[in-house]
Design a protein around this ligand. Structure first.
Ligand SMILES: Nc1ncnc2c1ncn2[C@@H]1O[C@H](COP(=O)(O)OP(=O)(O)OP(=O)(O)O)[C@@H](O)[C@H]1O
Ligand SMILES: Nc1ncnc2c1ncn2[C@@H]1O[C@H](COP(=O)(O)OP(=O)(O)OP(=O)(O)O)[C@@H](O)[C@H]1O
Ligand SMILES: [Mg+2]
Ligand SMILES: [Mg+2]
Lengths: 173, 151, 151, 173
């Protein structure tokens, strides 16, 4: 399975909808300090279900909604959609919900409103966070802490305590 | 389970020796069970020896060496249980040119099984990208994406 | 004493606005007393606003912006109470070229009163050095110094 | 006052004596990863009286003595000497100990033996750590945490708690 496309709208420094297509192989994201590169990585971890506000560098989950700039007003919502292809789990899962068997593309989504209300989506239909977590677990994405390394965090695997390091290996075992 | 953990531990340990010596151009590293008798609960330590240097605590390594050793462990776990994709945000920041060259070689070796998304400021790292996205903020506070085709 | 702290706080705060806008090419920053009534014990917070962006917690800033804002505060304290020398180990690591250029300008402005020792991998930073020392490890594990004259 | 010369011998990755002369202005130290640049900075903080083993990246103070390499045996001692010029305090201080008035160069030194014994030196004469600390305080060097920024530590001034940040300003006040 692989990433296909990320759509981001109203999330952090992206007030307008932006799309990034992922091919097989290596995608590089470049640009000057503060232009929004890490915000794109945050968008991916957020739509995959990240619950920790601190790891998204905020103080409240509301901090991920575009808060305005000199020239723009804040937006009312943040929305991120991530499309996957070749998702092995999708066929069995969607069949359980009545979608056609053999479907192998799937899109997870997440929305947050200023009111604090939030929604999770699979192929545009509202679902529970649990459904997304199950989907990812079945398709081999899981909660792999070692598959996403945030800025400045690469050293933590070395400075971690012996029992924390054990957890990393247990995750892979 | 005890056996499954033992199998993972030994496989990852073997991978670590290989990823470490590729990234460092030599040397050795391994994981150590703090309590060999207690496979179910024991914490895990890591020792590392860059080529030609003596074996010592990883804490004494330099900033760049620590990043490289951390990468070696991360890729060792990865080779045992690959994730479909891997997002790396500026992990090449503390590395000098020679080390970035070896880091790029390791990525080349893994990019067929794993889709990599790299945030970077480094030109050598950019060179292995199949596609490059530029992010700009011409209007302050507003990010825009520009796609740049490479290969 | 209360008055001495008040004087230091206001002077450093004024310096901060200046160092921040020099390093960011605009924008503003200031220190905030969490408890204005309690000058002797109050903690101090920092707010920062890069040019054109909205005011928000420093935690939401990017990696490079955080390093630059931290530098702004450090230099603000420094201008109030200069130390004879200042040792900076790779503080330019997360910065892009434009920001390194502004960082180098700030150093130029301070180098007459303060002796700077900078560890760096960056060519732009090396360019303001009056003298450059290269450290090598031809023999693994053994450091050697090589002096390179620049200006 | 300014730094004049650093002499380092048996300290961390410097088994043989090495010298680095500081001119007025900016000195840059460059080289590949792991070659010894931060070790030079460590040598300076160490000779100025650093007591924290952790901030020197070690587990025991003995870790700062050259521990050997493939081709070399460990050394028995670590020694660092740092020479200052234009030291305002020197005249008064040394006069108290009988040295000529008006002397404005001064050298602080520190030695550590494998046995754990350590010595502090001013101009080659054994003294107490306290004498070095007084000398530095009088000459305006003091314990300025903001004058030495170790690798990876620049962010701490921002992520510090409000009371810790207050401490930094109190140091300068
Ligand atoms: N909710 C929000 N609304 C508007 N702007 C935001 C929001 N959250 C974060 N930002 C802005 O996004 C910017 C940081 O973006 P990001 O961390 O992606 O930068 P970066 O490209 O990774 O830079 P660096 O190379 O320095 O790491 C900050 O300037 C911050 O003010
Ligand atoms: N007591 C010791 N004996 C021998 N070698 C030591 C000792 N202490 C540290 N070292 C070695 O010094 C090296 C680290 O040096 P240092 O931290 O100065 O590197 P650096 O030049 O700053 O590199 P970077 O650019 O990656 O930050 C490590 O490889 C470590 O093994
Ligand atoms: Mg970033
Ligand atoms: Mg270093």
């Amino acid at each position: 399975m692989r990433l296909n496309q990320l759509r981001i709208s109203g999330f952090k420094s992206f007030p307008e909808q932006a799309e990034i297509a992922f091919d097989a192989g290596v995608t590089a994201i470049v640009g000057p300090n503060g232009c929004g590169k890490s915000n794109l990585i945050d968008a991916i971890t957020w739509v995959l279900g990240e619950q920790s506000v601190r790891s998204l560098r905020g103080e409240r989950m509301e901090d991920v909604i575009f808060g305005g700039s000199d020239g723009r007003r804040p937006t009312a919502t943040a929305e991120v959609r991530l499309r996957f292809s070749n998702v092995a789990a999708a066929a069995t899962m969607l069949n359980g919900n009545g979608a056609p068997a053999g479907e192998s593309n799937i899109e997870v989504g997440r929305r947050l409103f200023r009111s604090g209300e939030s929604e999770y989506l699979i192929d545009g239909r509202v679902c529970r966070l649990r459904d997304i977590q199950d989907l990812l677990m079945d398709s081999g994405v899981g909660v792999k802490a070692y598959a996403i390394v945030e800025q400045g965090k690469i050293g933590h695997i070395l400075s971690a305590r012996p029992l924390e390091r054990r957890q990393l290996l247990e995750e892979a075992a | 389970t005890r056996d499954r953990f033992k199998q993972a531990f030994e496989a990852i340990n073997a991978n670590l020796q290989q990823t470490f010596s590729t990234l460092f151009g030599g040397g050795s590293a391994s994981l150590v069970l703090l309590d060999e008798a207690d496979l179910l609960e024991s914490g895990i330590d890591i020792i590392a020896q860059p080529p030609g240097k003596r074996l010592q605590s990883v804490q004494l390594l330099s900033g760049g060496e620590k990043a490289l050793a951390a990468m070696a462990l991360m890729f060792a776990v990865f080779k045992y249980k690959p994730s479909p994709f891997c997002l790396l945000d500026e992990i090449d920041a503390p590395l000098d040119d020679a080390n970035i060259g070896r880091f790029v070689e390791v990525l080349r070796g893994m990019q067929d099984e794993t889709q990599f998304v790299l945030v970077t400021h480094n030109r050598k790292t950019m060179e292995i990208a199949d596609r490059l996205y530029g992010v700009t903020m011409e209007e302050p506070g507003v990010s825009k994406l520009v796609s740049v085709w490479l290969n």
